[in-house]
Design a protein. Sequence first.
Length: 398
Amino acid sequence: MVSFLYFIKRKKLHKDGTAPIFVRITVNKAFTEFSIGQSILPQQWIAAKGRTRNNTLVNKQISSFIDQLEYQLREIEIQIQRENKPLSSKEISKRYKGEDKTAAYIVSLYNEHNDRLKELVGNSFSIETYKRHCTSVKLFLEFIEVTYKTKDILVTEVDVNMLEKYKHYLMTVRHNNNNTTVKYLKNLGKILHQAQIEGYIQSSPLEKMTLRVNSVEKDFLTLEELTALESHKFEITRLDQVRNIFVFCSYTGLAYVDVFNLREEHLINDNQGKTWIRKERHKTNNMCNIPLLNPAEQILRKYPVVKGKLLPVLSNQKMNAYLKEIADIVGIKKELTTHCARHTFATTVTLANRVSMESVSKMLGHSSLRMTQQYAKILNESLAKEMANVDILLKGVD
């Protein structure tokens, strides 16, 4: 039985009249206690709750600190149990204070994380997730080599100032946009959080930073643009092939990785003879049930099945590079990517044709309806812009 008690020592008041706050960790009646580094006026402390009165901003901050401390202590408790090691109040205390740890280095911790992640590829994680973290550690290593002339750095030395410099490096030297930069910082934050759980640091400096993801307008093709793309005659085979894959995704909603892995066993026929795609989404493992529309079915018939794969899908990088070339040829001003096809399915092919939000959500394999509602919002915003242009034209006629 593990319990945590928070209390103040009224007989050890500081010069300002505040009393230090302590935590007592009890495991099977044996306990260890230590100061949590916070203090408060005795009259502002509620002993029965082990918290401050909720009447000032400072008090609220102290109570929030205690809540976070308890979360960390519980995480340490769980970690010890997972390691099948003896659970004691002293062990929890030592891990929280970092007294049980030797020096830990951030790049080494990240590489260890990636080694464990690699072993889980195909089970709990995708190869894309593993590659993404490999890129993240590579960029951070590059940053500390350039900025601090070292190949690794103590995790205790990673502070907000260093993370702000890393953020600036990613946006200026590496020319990443805000959202990509935030993703790299959050990836590093996972390692800092793990270091916190393992007792190397008491808190992650990333928690003190304000990271905002900017909303990005998702491009999709209108019916006219999709029709123009479908009807264009390409003389170059590779462009024709890439266009066909894009159109196929526009009529099925499959993401790149899912169309890349589309196989014969993913096609099923119902009682009426209609062909469906039934496949788990690679990203979420949510099952997708998608009726195969005629344009998509026609594209499948163009290509022979090779080693079970239904379509000759190139690498995502090559697909997106050729799609830019295709957009220029057809005269589409939007940025064509493999994900643009998925957006086109959600908006132009389904929602614009009054397919219910619930059905679209199931076909896309979304975890919640809220994710699908984003496409409805995008569609409404697009319609609003188009009608605004119509309004301007009508005013010009008057």
